[in-house]
Design a protein around this ligand. Structure first.
Ligand code: ADP
Length: 304
């Protein structure tokens, strides 16, 4: 099956700085794909090369089979990018800007624009100047702008950054709907819980290199640890045996969390150790490692 985005041996040099090195992977058609990495990893550079805004130093990228340099018109036609920055043109109303954007792509149907305005709750702002919109509204407009030509591939660069909970829900519902309608979704996000909830497949970039490319399930299975969360009956853990003390991840408000190795640590002997030290508890549960834990172990950094 043809890939939605094919990235081949991509390299980008900014002077002495190597922003991307030997990046080589495919984003499957119809997938919900996450692109993760710490700040400065090279995500925006990669998105900008896919969008044809930055030239690669070597290697190539194609979107729906069209090379982004040689067949840039067709590649652009297949792609919609929702940028991270809320930059809008102050000279137009919402409706004017969307019609102008649709015109660039030769789309004459205003029915789809009306539908986008409706779905994104922008209908009553159609005649408002872009400059007068709130941050959340601008975010919606940028999403509508990326979709006016119904692109096969939609790239969203941190779409929920600085967005309130309500708008975040609206956006995710809409993006899920786009995915169900067959669009390929490529997402970068600060919120790894979001990536974990939504993305089927993920690429992790660090220092310009691809450090992981796998399904979410396979990435989560890479985690070697899990967490034993215990509700203690009192907050005195001074008797904690040293072997258990070494496994303490956190201890807040009588809630003790121990980091256990999935195969090497036995929960039975941990509990026996607690009871032998006269430490009583009322409840316990296991929390499996999250995508964030895997991300941190792969990159050794705080998340992006
Ligand atoms: P991310 O989006 O993952 O935070 P970027 O792609 O923005 O990372 O940046 C990757 C690296 O390339 C960083 O070290 C950044 O400073 C550098 N970089 C990005 N754009 C430019 C540019 N136009 N000129 C010089 N260096 C750049």
């Amino acid at each position: 099956m043809q890939a939605a985005v094919k990235i081949s041996q991509l390299h980008k040099q900014f002077g002495n700085l190597t922003a991307l090195s030997e990046v080589d992977f495919e984003i499957p058609k119809g997938s919900f794909f996450g692109l993760l990495g710490p700040n400065g990893a090279g995500k925006s550079t990669l998105i900008n090369i896919i969008a044809g805004l930055v030239r690669a130093s070597s290697g190539s990228v194609s979107v729906m089979g069209y090379d982004v340099v040689r067949n840039w018109r067709q590649a652009r036609q297949c792609l919609g990018v929702v940028p991270q920055e809320l930059v809008v043109d102050p000279f137009f109303t919402v409706s004017e800007m969307l019609r102008l954007q649709a015109g660039y792509f030769g789309c004459k149907s205003s029915a789809w624009i009306e539908e986008l305005l409706e779905i994104l709750n922008l209908s009553d702002k159609a005649n408002t100047n872009l400059q007068e919109l709130s941050g959340g509204m601008k975010r919606r407009v940028l999403i509508a702008q990326a979709l006016v030509h119904k692109p096969d591939v939609v790239v969203l660069d941190e779409p929920t950054a600085g967005v309130d909970v309500e708008l975040r829900q609206v956006l995710w519902k809409f993006i899920k709907q786009l995915h169900e309608n067959g669009h390929t979704i490529v997402l970068t996000t600060h919120y790894l819980e979001e990536a974990e909830a939504l993305c089927e497949k993920l690429a992790i970039i660090d220092n310009g290199k691809l450090v992981a490319l796998d399904t979410k399930a396979a990435l989560l299975a890479r985690a070697s640890d899990r967490f034993l969360c215990i509700s203690l009956n009192n907050s005195d853990i001074s008797n904690l045996p040293s072997l258990i003390k070494a496994k303490v991840e956190s201890f807040i408000d009588d809630q003790l969390v121990l980091r256990l190795h999935k195969t090497q640590d036995e929960i039975g002997s941990i509990l026996e150790g607690l009871l032998a030290a006269n430490i009583r508890f009322s409840d316990l549960h296991i929390k499996e490692a999250s995508l964030e834990d895997v991300f941190l172990s792969l990159t050794g950094k705080e998340k992006a």
